[in-house]
Ligand binder design. Sequence first.
Ligand SMILES: Cc1ncc(COP(=O)(O)O)c(C=O)c1O
Ligand SMILES: [Zn+2]
Length: 717
Amino acid sequence: MPSLMKAIVCLDCGAEMPTEALPEKCTGCGSEWLEVRYDLEQTGRIWKTDLAGRTTSMWRYQELLPVTGDDVDATSMGEGWTPLVRAIGLGRELEHDHIYIKDERQSPTGSFKDRQGALTISYLNSQGVRECVMASTGNKAAAYAAFCARAGIRLWIFLTSTVPSEKLRELALYGAEVVKITGTYDQAKKVAQDFAARRRLFYDAGARSIPGREAFKTIAFEIAEQLARLEPAGEGKWRAPDWYIQAVSGGIGPLGVWKGFQELKAMGLIDKLPRLAIVQAEGCSPMATAWRFKLETADAVVPHTRIAVLATGDPGRTYTMLRNACLQTNGTMLAVSDGDAFRSMRRMARVEGYSMEPAAAVAFGGLERLIADGVIGKDETVVVNCSGHTFPAEKHILEEQYVLDLQFGEGDVSSAGHKQLEEGLGAALERLDEQVTTVVVIDDNPQDSRLIRRLLQAHKNYRVFEVNNPLDGLDLVRQRKPDLVVMDLTMPDLDGFTMLEAFKTDAEVAHIPVVVVSAKTLTASDRARLEGRAESLWQKGNFNTRELVEHVVSTLGGDLTDSPEELTEATEGQVVAASKQTITTATPKPSEPTHNIIVIDDDRRDARLIRRLLEATGRYHVHEAYTAESGWQQVQENKPDLLVLDLMLPDVSGETLLERLKNDDTTRDIPVVVLTAKDIRASEREQLLGKIISLFEKANLDRQALIDYVNETLSDA
Ligand SMILES: Cc1ncc(COP(=O)(O)O)c(C=O)c1O
Ligand SMILES: [Zn+2]
């Protein structure tokens, strides 16, 4: 059964949008708060009779999910349909017979965030997104990292330094890029968003994202379907509990759950909506505080809790939406101290055999309080979301430096603080660009790899991974996709030549420049094998360390402004050892490419990537230009056989440059491939396709397809 989506509706202006793609903003007013509407009547008929034999995962409810079918099959790990279990031991201690635990620990990565991860990543995968950015307090990150690993999507995660290292290690294990922000979660979100904007990558919009909220509805569906089996509700009926209790950080979970119960009620499957109990950690409880003072909006706070997973200081509009839900059914918001949460955690392990993470225990702390205060009655049915469990990723399983550390000021949520944050942000992002520049050094001799790492790090804040086993090196390069590889040639298990061949025939990593540093005396045939593949060749025991560093830095698009003395100082004894080996550069032998290509793109990183991809074929001389004007000059000078053109250029648009090329007899026939991040409307596309030979979009670029296309075009030329 496919999704029965009917429309996407703006929560601010009521505009309706089609459901083909899930828009990020309202096409009418620009609001980011959109909601999906479904054919509930038809769904209700189907669900009353037809669910029994379905898959026992969250995908059994596919009529009311925005993504289904093949898009899901590729990424799903069978998430959802977690057990609903009666709390007998706790019930005895609290003298309450109707407490149920929704055991979300039994999810692929151990938390209820897997629902969101599964739906969001399935959606991104179906849209061809290959790289994305998110901020998280921990568990959403694990979920996204796991599903991104399955989908082959590169993921950047921004977290705060308070997130426990067990969680960080788990993320790195899934291959995600982990950036640790010494600052608040709200700052981490801001940095992540700006980082994504700079690189034109998809940014996960948290509670505003449609797949996120839609995913959490399935918790409501499951609770009502499962509860009707435990406490029968009558023919054709499901049962909503009297209370749904959840520990809350940003609040996306209960927002989704609430929508789920509303849809069930609209379908006639349940008769009433549950009361929500929103429980926060006292040290970060903007919602509970605003609720206590009966405020319509919540003031942001700087979190001071040891439960980092719940440290969203600024809930924004989510508070107002949850407040309305609570007001509607007489629900509540409250806070419990870290100490109370830890006590509940111990009690649940002792009396129920449930070991959970502190964030989940916050919900049980809230339950105890609400029963003690008589807010929850003895006959009321309560479902508590046991939202997560920490995955034990031990220290020794990962290489060092799997986390990038970005230092940031103390959290200050005043407007002056915001201004300061804005100002600091630019500088922080600049620093981050250097810090995320990754070099992998592969050398079976640990002394040599360490020397190279220290040489580079004496100058730049690069992240340098050392690997002393070539097979691990191959793995690491494929997983991390570094910006540059430095490698030895003679190594046990796998020789450098074979490794280089493996890199250069893999479209995902072929563009990465490889610098060879080797003690091997090369024969003519050795050199031939390296030609066109290695960026440069350095003879161990015979090169000048500064030249090597300069070469690496300039290959990475930077420059070395500091003095040579500093190098000696910063690397202490190491350079002495290096200069003892006295070393000179061997210039790489140029290969013999047959065609000229010019890449015109103001984003230097993109221009470089395309140049390297094309150069890696060994067939092309590639030049880069960053403005339309300099692109035009280069076309005049170099008479290229093909142009790769971005449309958004700083001086004049790519379209204007295209006009100029087509109006000039000498340039009219040069084939142009457009590669752009711009959203192209159908009419624009038509117009463009008259003047260019092909159009590739940056957001979902299939690198191999681009190379194949260029090869094919120029093989006939
Ligand atoms: C285990 C656990 N419980 C509760 C929460 C809070 O959920 P929400 O994002 O819905 O506020 C989180 C959020 O990260 C979590 O990981
Ligand atoms: Zn609108």
